[in-house]
Design a protein around this ligand. Structure first.
Ligand code: B12
Ligand code: SF4
Ligand code: SF4
Length: 190
């Protein structure tokens, strides 16, 4: 979904003049989405390592359009975590090893999305807390999300009804053709 929107923007940009080139990425490109979002003034990289926007908190998708055109840059965003450390304290596996640094090997999100091993590491298992695809604990406890997060009004980003609170039995029998909860980015994990 996000890729579709980025494609529209990139196609529009290329149509503005001869020789204008544009490439777009979201999540899977060889580019650090968070670093560029911070530099572009969208938000700052919080201590849980995700980008937080003042208007929406951190429940945002990030994507970018690269172009050969010289554009006037926005100012990089300043950091506003202050003395807060709620995310570090709330992480059940101590994956946020120090402010701004997440050790993916200790992160439930890594083990439930990326890790293809038959069994999960012993130190992770007791802390799964029911998460089956990703983990949002460090973002749930963030005061910026608690105060500023907003439900999206973008039709394509609404959750698919069949993906809202599925039972374990339903997940265990899911078919390969089922719509993925990750498809908002236009990405389906393989
Ligand atoms: C690899 C990856 C993961 C890995 C590793 C997480 C991580 N922290 O890197 C795993 C599988 C664990 C993961 C989990 C999640 N992810 Co992820 N992930 C990515 C991915 C593909 C690359 C991130 C990366 O480069 N990591 C490498 C490490 C070394 O860097 P880093 O932690 O980002 O932080 C370092 C840099 O910021 C660097 N740094 C600081 N300043 C500068 C300046 C420059 C110039 C450079 C080069 C570097 C640099 O220093 C930091 C500390 O080492 C991005 C998409 C993308 N292409 O960017 C999505 C992305 C970061 N993920 C995202 C999301 C939503 C998640 C989850 C919430 C999913 C979920 N619900 O479970 C969790 C959150 C876990 C967490 N607390 O971070 C979103 C974040 C949106 C946001 N608001 O920021 C992204 C941007 C995808 C997207 N386009 O929407 N993810
Ligand atoms: S996503 Fe979960 S396991 Fe990973 S750093 Fe955040 S709270 Fe910890
Ligand atoms: S919980 Fe606190 S320290 Fe963590 S990202 Fe949010 S504001 Fe920053």
């Amino acid at each position: 979904m996000l890729n579709k929107k980025l494609k529209l923007l990139a196609t529009w940009l290329e149509a503005q003049g001869e020789g204008i080139l544009a490439r777009y990425y979201a999540d899977t490109g060889p580019i650090q989405d968070k670093v560029w979002a911070e530099r572009a003034g969208i938000g700052w990289i919080g201590k849980h390592s995700n980008v937080i926007s003042r208007e929406y908190g951190s429940w945002i998708f990030l994507g970018e359009v690269l172009t050969n055109q010289a554009l006037e840059p926005d100012r990089p965003h300043t950091e506003h975590c202050g003395s807060c450390s709620r995310c570090l304290e709330a992480c059940p596996t101590q994956a946020i090893v120090k402010p701004f640094v997440v050790d993916a090997n200790r992160c439930i999100a890594y083990h439930t999305i990326e890790n293809r091993a038959e069994t999960l590491p012993e130190p992770i298992v007791p802390h799964l807390q029911g998460w089956v695809a990703g983990c949002d604990i460090c973002q749930d406890v963030c005061p910026w999300n608690q105060r500023f997060a907003q439900a999206t009004d973008v039709e394509e980003f609404q959750p698919y009804p069949e993906n809202v609170a599925p039972t374990l039995r339903e997940l265990a029998t899911i078919s390969a053709g089922a719509r993925s909860p990750f498809s908002c980015l236009g990405v389906t994990p393989d």
